[in-house]
Design a protein around this ligand. Sequence first.
Ligand code: ATP
Length: 423
Amino acid sequence: KASLAAQKRGWHLYLVGGAVRDLLLADKAAGNLMIKDIDLVVDGFHKSADVGAGVELAKALQQIYPAARLEIHGAFQTAALLWHKDPEFDSLWVDIATARTEFYPYPAANPEVEASSIRQDLYRRDFTINAMALRLTSPRAGELLDFFGGLLDLQAKQIRVLHANSFIEDPTRIYRGVRFAVRFGFEIEPQTKEYIRYAINSGVYDRTTQENSRTPALQTRLKAELKHILEALYWKSALQLLDDLGALQCIHPTLKLDRELLWQLRLLERCLQRFDQQQTLVHWQIRLEALIAHLAPEYRAKVAQNLQLPEDSIARLKNLAQSFSQVIESLPNCQRPSQVVQLLRQFNLPMLILIAMHSPLCLTTNGCASTLRRQIWHYLTIWANVQPILNGNDLKKLGYKPGPQYRQILDDLLTATLDGLIG
Ligand code: ATP
């Protein structure tokens, strides 16, 4: 229906980007394909085709499919149709854009848009495997448009960028390249790796790491890519490859995936598996916090702010150093379990995990750090779950009048239970 609507207006319609790549990959692997995100591009036959063609087509389609929700993104002249759990489409997201090229007024800025043809539209994309189009309109419906060798790269399992300046224009493409490489088990083609290294060495990360009113969109895209990576099963390999390429500097110039951080990330995973089986925490976000927590204290909150993390994450990273000092200083004075509980229960689970991770790796030279981790582990596994042997109802039955003294009695009972005096 979309192609008929486009054809009626004298336009070409193309399926582009990830859906074409995944169709070709699925063909080869004869695997199941579930595409939930479709990118369509409308291209006029004439130079006069205006930038609003995609929006017009989306509106026409919404008339045909009233169940779809229509969203129009003015600045880029794109529209989206969303089917949410529709009986016909399950859930589906269709983006419709007008063929466009982008020019960058300065590197790492927001792309600006002008009307152009499908070839130029594909040329502005990130990698050859994402820059193919399948024509949906007649004549030659079903034809694959592959101007840059995407199919060959798919066969060769290579991630190849389209042009030398690509990573300077948009450093988040480094993260995208790594994501696709690790996800599909592809290699980043050697010349593309060189372009990445060149972009990093030329300081492209300055624009991703500095608070800069001109680049909030860049920070948003970087965060989106980090989310994609850190919530995928392959997140560790992706971080490793980002580190090999020097690209963790896009988060902060001093960030390195060193032995200590690797160890901390392993501890984090153990904690998440053990203490957050219900997944009440946002795991990708805690992983990102763990990376940021590895930075020197003075950078943490700033980096979290730049990446637009939620307020509680920013506060946690801001307070981590102080909370850690408080715990490491007070813990040696805690002789009884109830005192440990008293100290640790002021912190929530993510903060306790960060504090545990934060204690130095070297166990032999710093016995205090290993004691701290053991105590936190013990607190989370056992002490935090201990309940006083009586509750409020029991006190009532025993004849105590409800009131503020209940809290005190229950606390005393808990202390006695924890310290093994009763129970
Ligand atoms: P996924 O399956 O992970 O969603 P995708 O290729 O569909 O992969 P999207 O982020 O949905 O990824 O992007 C859709 C298409 O838009 C890409 O295939 C690519 O052609 C283009 N694209 C997205 N981000 C960029 C970018 N930063 N630079 C250039 N092209 C991009």
